[in-house]
Design a protein around this ligand. Structure first.
Ligand code: GDP
Ligand code: IMO
Ligand code: MG
Length: 424
C-alpha cells in the first residue's frame, strides 16, 4: 500500500500455512522479501514467499519479468537449504525474460537521466517491460525452445546493438555469447515451465485456496504511482488479475499490507520524510530492518502518510489492512501522522496526480502520544497498550478500511491475526 517493503513477504508466508497455491504475478527480482522462521532468515526475489510450507505449490505467472540467472540462483539457494522445488514451483510460458542487455540498458538510461534518475534497482526491469510493450521481448515458452529462442534473440540483439553503439557508444553485444549462456539456463529452467494460467483456472473452479502475492508497492505502480518515480509493472491489486490471467470475479478478498510508518528506496517524493533530529529519535536502522533486501540501500523514512493510505485503499479495493512494524514505534514519546496535505492554500485528502504538485505538498500532522512499552509480546489486541490501539484506530479511520492483521516483529509468531481470511 506504500512504496514497497511493507512486510508483504512476512504476511504471505504467514497466510500460506492456510493456502494451497501461492501466485506471484508481476514484477521481477527488483522485489526483495525477507522472512524470518525462528532464527533462520530467507530472502525471496521471484519465488513466491509461501514456498517454505511443504504443502503449498507456487506459481510464477505471465505478468512477471524473469532473470534466468537470478532465478536459478534463488532456486539453488533454497535447495541447498533443503527446500524441494521440483513439482512445487511452476513458471508460465508467457513470462518475459531479462537478459544482460536489459541490465546494461537500465544503468545506461539511469546515467542518461542524470539528476532525474529514478534510482532503479538496476535489475533490468524497465528495459524488459519496455521490450514487452515494443513487442521485441522473449518469453519463457520461447526461451526453452532453442530453435525459436535463437531466432528471436538474433533479431533483438541486432536491434539492441544499433541502440548501444549509436546512442551510447558502447561495444556491440556478442550474440553467440549471450545465446550460449542462456541456452544453459533454459535447459535448467525447462522442467519448471508449465501451463500455469490454465491450471490456476481449473483450481479456482474447484474453490481452491489461492493466495496472490503482490510485489513492490501501490505508489510504484506504473499508472497510479508517483510517476515517473515508479517501477514498470502494475503493482495494484488489479495488476494481479492482469499478470496472472485471472478474472476479477475470482478474487474474494484483498488485503492491503501497510507499514505503521512510511519508507521509500530510490528517488521521488516522500512528503512525510522525517528530519534529521527526529530520525535520531525515531529508530536505529538495524533494529527496524530498513536496509533494502535487494540492493542493500538504506531506506528513507517518513511518518505514516494518511492521504497515501487512503488512496492506496481505494486503488486496491482493500477489504482489510495488515499493519506491519508497529513495534518499531514502541519507544517513541510521540508519533506524527499525516492527515492531509496543504497545497496552494488548499487541504488535500489524497495525493495530487502531478509529480510537480506532489513535490510541493506540505503534510499536516496530528501528533499522537506514544506508548513507550514493548508490543512484541502481545498475543491479543487487548494486550496492546491503550495508545497503540488509539494509533491503530487512527490509521484505520484515515484509510477507511478495518485492520485484519497487526505485525509486531519480523518473526511469524509476532503477529495478531484478527480474522479468518480464507472463509467468505
Ligand atoms: P516486503 O518487500 O514488503 O516483503 O518487505 P521486506 O522484506 O523487503 O522488508 C520488511 C523488513 O521488515 C524485513 O526485514 C522483515 O523481516 C521486517 N519485518 C516485517 N514485519 C515486521 C514487523 O512487524 N516488525 C519488525 N520489526 N520487522 C518486520
Ligand atoms: P518489494 O516487493 C522497494 C523501486 C526502486 C526504484 C523504483 C524503480 O521488496 O517491496 P525498478 O528497478 O523497479 O525499475 O526501480 O522502484 N522498487 C522498490 N522499492 N521495494 C520494492 O519491492 C521495489 N521494487 C522496485 O527502488 O525507486
Ligand atoms: Mg522488499
Amino acid at each position: 500500500m506504500q512504496w514497497g517493503d511493507e512486510g508483504k513477504g512476512k504476511v504471505i508466508d504467514l497466510l500460506s500455512s492456510q493456502a494451497e497455491y501461492i501466485v506471484r504475478s508481476q514484477g521481477g527480482n527488483n522485489a526483495g522479501h525477507t522472512i524470518m522462521v525462528g532464527t533462520e532468515e530467507y530472502r525471496f526475489h521471484l519465488i513466491p514467499s509461501g514456498i517454505l510450507y511443504p504443502h503449498v505449490r507456487c506459481y510464477i505467472t505471465g505478468g512477471t519479468a524473469i532473470d534466468p540467472e537470478v532465478l536459478l540462483k534463488e532456486i539453488r539457494g533454497l535447495e541447498e537449504r533443503g527446500i524441494e522445488l521440483k513439482g512445487r514451483l511452476f513458471i508460465s510460458p508467457y513470462a518475459h525474460l531479462i537478459f544482460s542487455y536489459h541490465r546494461s540498458l537500465d544503468k545506461l538510461y539511469e546515467a542518461q537521466k542524470g539528476e532525474h534518475a529514478i534510482g532503479t534497482t538496476g535489475r533490468g526491469i524497465g528495459p524488459c517491460y519496455a521490450d514487452r510493450v515494443s513487442r521485441i521481448g522473449v518469453r519463457m515458452g520461447e526461451f526453452v525452445r532453442p530453435d525459436i529462442f535463437k531466432k528471436r534473440l538474433k533479431q533483438v540483439v541486432a536491434q539492441k546493438n544499433q541502440e548501444l553503439t549509436s546512442i551510447f557508444h558502447e561495444p556491440t553485444l556478442d550474440f553467440e555469447e549471450i545465446f550460449a549462456a542462456n541456452e544453459k539456463y533454459a535447459k535448467l529452467l525447462a522442467p519448471y515451465v508449465y501451463d500455469v494460467e490454465n491450471f490456476l483456472a481449473g483450481a479456482l473452479k474447484k474453490d481452491s485456496k489461492m493466495l496472490f502475492e503482490g510485489a513492490h508497492g501501490t505508489f510504484l505502480d506504473v499508472t497510479f504511482g508517483t510517476y515517473p518515480y515508479v517501477t514498470s509493472s502494475s503493482t495494484i491489486a488489479a495488476g494481479i488479475c492482469n499478470g496472472a490471467g485471472v478474472g476479477p470475479s475470482q478474487i474474494t478478498r484483498t488485503l492491503g499490507v501497510i507499514k505503521a510508518y512510511t519508507t521509500r528506496v530510490g528517488n521521488g517524493p516522500l512528503p512525510t520524510a522525517i528530519n534529521a533530529e527526529d530520525e535520531k529519535l525515531f529508530l536505529d536502522h538495524t533494529a527496524a530492518r530498513e536496509i533494502g533486501t535487494t540492493t542493500g540501500r538504506k531506506r528513507r523514512i517518513g511518518w505514516f502518510d494518511g492521504p497515501l493510505g487512503r488512496f492506496a485503499a481505494r486503488l486496491n479495493g482493500a477489504n482489510d489492512l495488515a499493519v506491519t512494524k508497529l513495534d518499531v514505534l514502541d519507544h517513541l514519546p510521540s508519533i506524527k501522522v499525516c492527515k492531509g496535505y496543504m497545497l496552494d492554500g488548499e487541504m488535500l485528502e489524497i495525493p495530487p496526480s502531478i509529480m510537480e504538485d506532489f513535490q510541493r505538498v506540505q503534510p499536516v500532522y496530528e501528533v499522537l502520544d506514544g506508548w513507550q512499552t514493548s508490543t512484541r509480546e502481545a498475543t491479543s489486541i487487548e494486550q496492546l497498550p491503550k495508545n497503540a490501539r488509539k494509533y491503530l484506530n487512527y490509521l484505520e479511520s484515515l484509510c477507511e478500511v478495518p485492520i485484519g492483521i497487526i505485525s509486531l516483529g519480523p518473526e511469524r509468531e509476532k503477529t495478531l491475526i484478527l480474522k479468518d481470511f480464507f472463509t467468505n
